[in-house]
Design a protein around this ligand. Structure first.
Ligand code: DX5
Ligand code: ZN
Length: 239
């Protein structure tokens, strides 16, 4: 059951969990995915980094295709790449109707890129870098099914929340309600035990669970899932 203080404009009011696989055991993806799916996760967050837009490299296309087939849950593909017009159509084909999120500043014509994602059968998403307010992208909000608010600078797991980004979550909710949009609001980065209540209160519908929660090194996945369950309500079955 969700906390009384948290109101949601989403259909059934429940919070979705999207574990960030770059935070999982890198030598054990198959077993990690099987366990996470068994724990009732909603999506699988795949951070795609090209070493240009962000100074890091992560998953390849073959890996993402295999992860989509193995997991059977919607892929939540976060493109942190220099050339999303080249890569978005490729990732749109992985899994079943994935969410594919671009950083609008990585392409000259983001409205065209988002429309191409929709045409390719994906759920288009836009990411709000900590440097910007969601207002910067207000013209694009009618084109997306997801607004991913970065709570940290893109590129690495294990960073600390940039406090002003919670205001961006609130602002995204205000813009959604004022514009009659119905996108989901996702928070990505340092989603931690202590910050989750504040993220939900600000308006998060989807939480990217990483090193500060589901992959907390001091807990098993089952223990971490139970703790997460206690914070968001019965979304994750105890293993
Ligand atoms: C960072 C990625 C996040 C990251 C989350 O660029 O977008 O998804 O993996 O990791 P934590 O939860 O440790 O911040
Ligand atoms: Zn991410």
């Amino acid at each position: 059951m969700r906390g009384d203080a948290v109101s949601s404009t989403k259909k059934d009011g429940r919070v979705l969990i999207s574990p960030s696989l770059m935070c999982a055991d890198q030598m054990n993806f198959g077993a990690e995915v099987d366990e996470l799916v068994g724990l009732g996760i909603d999506w699988l967050h795949l951070d795609i980094m090209d070493g240009h837009y962000v100074p890091n490299l992560t998953f390849g296309t073959d890996q993402c295709k295999a992860l989509g087939e193995r997991s059977g849950v919607p892929l939540d593909i976060h493109l942190m790449v220099d050339d999303p017009d080249r890569w978005a159509p490729v990732f749109a084909g992985f899994g079943n109707a994935p969410y594919v999120t671009i950083h609008p500043e990585t392409t000259w014509h983001p409205a065209r890129t988002l429309a191409a994602l929709r045409d390719a059968g994906a759920h288009p998403g836009l990411a709000v870098d900590p440097a910007f307010s969601p207002d910067r992208f207000s013209n694009l909000l009618g084109l997306v099914d997801l607004v991913l608010v970065m709570a940290v600078n893109p590129g690495y797991a294990g960073q600390k929340l940039l406090p002003w980004t919670l205001d961006s979550v609130r602002r995204a909710r205000e813009l959604r309600d004022a514009g009659g949009h119905d996108f989901l609001i996702e928070v990505d980065g340092n989603v931690s035990w202590t910050k989750i209540p504040r993220m939900l209160e600000a308006g998060a519908d989807v939480l990217v669970a990483g090193t500060s929660s589901l992959f907390d090194p001091t807990l098993s996945r089952v223990e971490a899932a139970a703790r997460l369950n206690g914070l968001i309500g019965p979304r994750i079955r105890r293993g």
